[in-house]
Write a protein that binds this ligand. Structure first.
Ligand SMILES: C[S@@+](CC[C@H](N)C(=O)[O-])C[C@H]1O[C@@H](n2cnc3c(N)ncnc32)[C@H](O)[C@@H]1O
Length: 222
């Protein structure tokens, strides 16, 4: 009989593999397996598909997501990682999913129809004024940012206005989107240095072997 061991609030390890409790019973989001343990249905969470799962596998220490959290998710794409965050924060939580691509947004909207704690925002995360009427200033516990854009540091800096003081930011930095010609290490250093006025840098994690294109950082708003 498999056992589900809680490793962080709402995150479980089942036979050494990560999972979240399925908020929408019987539904798989991106082809992940559903597993029932002690009458509770879980969705397996693969670190090869989700950088947050990869960070947990790679000994992330600061896990701020919990039941009832309010999350601004930048780069929601078609909802793979957002769906697991939605499981974790539960019905009392709220996820605002910002995505620039209309094509990805179509899938994400369909997912939000099934998951009432997620709200889709078709918008450019560089233009915060387009959603500042929906996401209140200082209202979010967490910003999760995974955008494949050049201005990644500036995007987080601008969006920090939505974060509570002491709130957390999870940032997947893709050096190739910023400058393909430079050493990734230099680019990561520059991004984090840029953010230091607004944020305290708590953790920096490699996502190898699950992902080799990003540095994953955890920050706290000053
Ligand atoms: C790597 S994907 C995100 C994957 C998602 N975080 C997950 O784990 O399921 C990056 C997404 O960022 C979006 N994106 C890029 N620039 C953006 C911007 N300026 N504003 C909003 N979304 C953006 C892309 O369209 C893409 O869907």
């Amino acid at each position: 009989m498999p056992v589900a061991k809680e490793v962080f609030p709402g995150v479980y390890s089942i036979d050494g593999r990560l999972a979240t409790r399925n908020l929408v019973k019987g539904r798989s989001v991106y082809g992940e397996n559903l597993v029932t343990v002690d009458k509770t249905e879980y969705r397996m969470w693969t670190p090869y598909r989700s950088k947050l799962a990869a960070a947990v596998m790679n000994k992330l220490r600061t896990f701020a997501f919990k039941e009832g959290s309010s999350v601004l998710y930048l780069g929601a794409s078609n909802g793979t990682t957002p769906s697991h965050v939605s499981d974790i924060i539960g019905k009392k939580g709220r996820l605002f999913g910002v995505e620039i691509s209309e094509r990805s947004m179509r899938d994400f909207v369909a997912l939000c129809e099934k998951r009432e704690n997620m709200l889709p925002l078709l918008a450019d995360a560089r233009r915060i004024e387009s959603y500042s009427g929906v996401v209140g200033n200082g209202s979010c516990d967490i910003i999760y940012q995974d955008v494949s854009a050049k201005e990644q540091a500036e995007i987080l800096e601008k969006n920090a206005v939505f974060l509570k003081k002491g709130g957390y930011a999870y940032l997947a930095i893709k050096s190739q989107s910023i400058d393909i010609s430079r050493e990734p290490k230099e680019v990561y250093k520059e991004v984090l240095h840029y953010l230091e006025n607004t944020f305290e840098i708590l953790e920096q994690l490699s996502l190898e072997p699950y992902d080799s294109a990003h540095l994953f950082a955890v920050l706290r708003k000053r």
